[in-house]
Design a protein around this ligand. Structure first.
Ligand SMILES: NC(=O)c1ccc[n+]([C@@H]2O[C@H](COP(=O)([O-])OP(=O)(O)OC[C@H]3O[C@@H](n4cnc5c(N)ncnc54)[C@H](O)[C@@H]3O)[C@@H](O)[C@H]2O)c1
Length: 418
């Protein structure tokens, strides 16, 4: 195999490789930062999204999601001609699949996006190509879904074509930094696939790139998020327990954490986002009899929004016509991401149960894109509410003066107003 046919194999510099074509499938929170980082490294990037509006926005050098500095990076990549987008894939040296991997209502994995993306690239995949699944996926997805659906018959993985899984570990709000700084696990269908993927990531990742098998990489990612979920569930269970005893959970945790080998995480209104609230189910579904703790943690975290609603409803009873201010809808602070958000779930449930007049506010959620119910300015919510609930700890809410809070009945699910 010559280097002309197969340019990625020779990549060793950190500068990327001008002339190497990368096709990124899915231009969301993961795909768009990845595409623009690669384009700014010198790769010739063709981004693909099934949404024409997303493609048009990106081709104008603009972005459709909120992520610090992403607008600058995308503008620079598009202006330099290194990043272009379309609704169909093109021939490339490297294909990266970054499509959603949600769960169904019964918590089973929905692999339909991965299946469609794999089938869509198949006519474009050629000898020497590297195909990477970045989407967080259940065990065996790379081997049993991407390989048979995405790779043309006759091409042998590990010699003709290279197939790998490289899960993302980035934190929304720090994606551009972490996509480059974090250590990465790359798992190949064969050791040669892993080495090929490792060489590719080493052109733009400053962290260590650790090679393993595709299934080990899939499970490693799921284990990471299950670890977070289980530990948050412990904190959430403590918060429910402390309420029962009329104790301040934040005080208990900060005292317990003075033990040299204890490090309890923070409780909250539940667990949201596209990752931690979803990924553990992939493990539970793959081995239900072997994942009792992981399942229970999921159930504890999923129950927490209802516990918070009960607490608010109880406190609101003291007012004839309660006005309840709900601060924050997104699943975490200082981002615009509403996916699986427990804060949003709490506001929905309060509205459904008609607990009172609900005044919701989220400075990161544009009323242009969110029309499920009205949003109000922070000053109005604070001045009109009798019960003030902190759901998402956006920086704007942290500075509400104590004297203002003292006039309200306060539910602080994040412990920031203590
Ligand atoms: N967002 C995160 O912080 C994060 C972190 C780690 C891992 N992940 C994982 O990365 C994957 C992608 O997540 P995301 O947050 O970027 O999702 P996203 O919803 O923001 O973006 C996915 C994009 O893919 C597009 N798409 C769907 N089907 C397609 C197809 N067949 N071809 C081309 N485009 C298609 C969608 O229109 C969308 O724009 C998921 O598996 C997720 O679990 C996400």
């Amino acid at each position: 195999m010559t280097t002309e046919e197969n340019p990625v194999v020779t990549v060793s510099s950190k500068q990327g490789l001008a002339g190497t074509r990368v096709c990124v499938m899915g231009l969301g929170y993961i795909g768009l930062p990845t595409a623009s980082i690669l384009a700014n490294k010198g790769y010739q990037v063709w981004g693909v999204d099934v949404r024409p509006d997303v493609v048009e926005t990106i081709n104008r050098g603009q972005i459709h999601i909120e992520e610090p500095d992403l607008d600058i990076l995308v503008r620079s990549a598009v202006n330099s001609g290194q990043l272009k987008a379309g609704v169909e894939p093109r021939k490339a040296d490297v294909f990266i699949i970054c499509v959603p991997t949600p769960i169904n209502a019964d918590h089973s994995p929905d692999l339909s996006y991965v299946e469609t993306a794999a089938k869509t690239i198949r006519p474009f995949v050629e000898r020497g190509n590297l195909v990477i699944l970045e989407s967080t996926s259940p065990p065996f997805t790379t081997e049993k879904t991407v390989l048979p659906l995405g790779i043309p018959e006759g091409l042998v993985p590990g010699s003709d074509v290279f197939v790998a899984h490289c899960p993302e570990r980035v934190l929304p709000g720090r994606i551009l930094l972490e996509a480059v700084q974090n250590d990465r696990v790359v798992g190949g269908i064969t050791p040669a696939c892993a080495q090929r993927a490792k060489a590719f990531y080493e052109t733009f990742v400053n962290g260590h790139v650790l090679a393993t098998s595709a299934t080990a990489a899939e499970v490693t990612k799921l284990v990471e998020n299950s670890y977070r979920d289980v530990n948050i569930a412990f904190a959430n269970e403590l918060s429910i327990l402390c309420d029962e005893f009329d104790l301040d959970v934040w005080e208990i945790i900060s005292l317990a954490n003075r033990h040299p080998r204890v490090n309890i995480l923070s409780p909250g209104p539940g667990v949201g986002g596209h990752c931690i609230s979803v990924d553990p189910w992939f493990l539970v579904h793959a081995a239900p009899e072997r994942t009792r703790l992981i399942r229970t943690a999921r159930e504890v975290n999923d129950s927490k929004p209802h516990v918070v609603v009960e607490q608010i409803a109880r406190l609101a009873q003291q007012f004839a016509s309660p006005r309840i201010g709900c601060l924050g809808l997104t699943y975490k602070a200082n981002v615009d991401d509403l996916r699986e958000s427990p804060s949003l779930e709490i506001v929905r449930e309060l509205r459904e149960r008609k607990v009172g007049e609900i005044l919701a506010c989220d400075p990161y959620v544009s009323p242009k894109r969110f029309n499920e119910f009205p949003l109000h300015p922070l000053t109005e919510v604070v001045s009109r509410s009798q019960v003030l609930v902190l759901l998402t700890d956006h920086r704007q809410f942290r500075d509400i003066p104590h004297r203002v809070l003292q006039e309200k009945v306060v539910v602080d699910t994040r412990g920031v107003w203590r």
